[in-house]
Design a protein around this ligand. Structure first.
Ligand SMILES: [Zn+2]
Length: 116
């Protein structure tokens, strides 16, 4: 059985990637996996899976069959128990600082333009 595609998750099996293009893209973005070769978002192959650990109860159809749970149409994995690494968190922080800086520069230069 293929392993779960979520980085740092080693559970076997799980749900196949959806065939619907929009939902499939949401899954790819949600699991935040990068292709180590291209450094771009990883693309799932035909046997790629995402295990049930990344879905909430509400993502499943309530058909009373506990053995084989079916995902709802458009359900996207949202639970990533391993969280972000400290490095990723730092990068996100500096990115938001850059946005604040840009806004500051923009508002400052607008004010100067008005004065002149
Ligand atoms: Zn998993």
């Amino acid at each position: 059985m293929p392993c779960c595609s979520v980085p740092r998750c080693s559970n076997a099996g799980g749900h196949r990637f959806p065939t619907r293009e929009d939902t499939r893209k949401k899954w790819i973005v949600a699991i935040r996996r990068l292709d180590s070769r291209t450094k771009k978002l990883w693309q799932p192959g035909p046997s790629a899976r995402v295990c049930s650990a990344h879905f909430v109860e509400a993502d499943y159809c309530d058909d009373g069959n506990a053995e084989r749970k079916l995902l709802r149409d458009g359900a996207v994995p949202t639970i990533f128990p391993f969280g972000r690494s400290a490095k990723e968190g730092k990068e996100e922080q500096s990115a938001s600082i850059m946005i604040h800086l840009k806004i500051f520069v923009l508002t400052t230069s607008t004010r100067i333009a008005v004065i002149n």
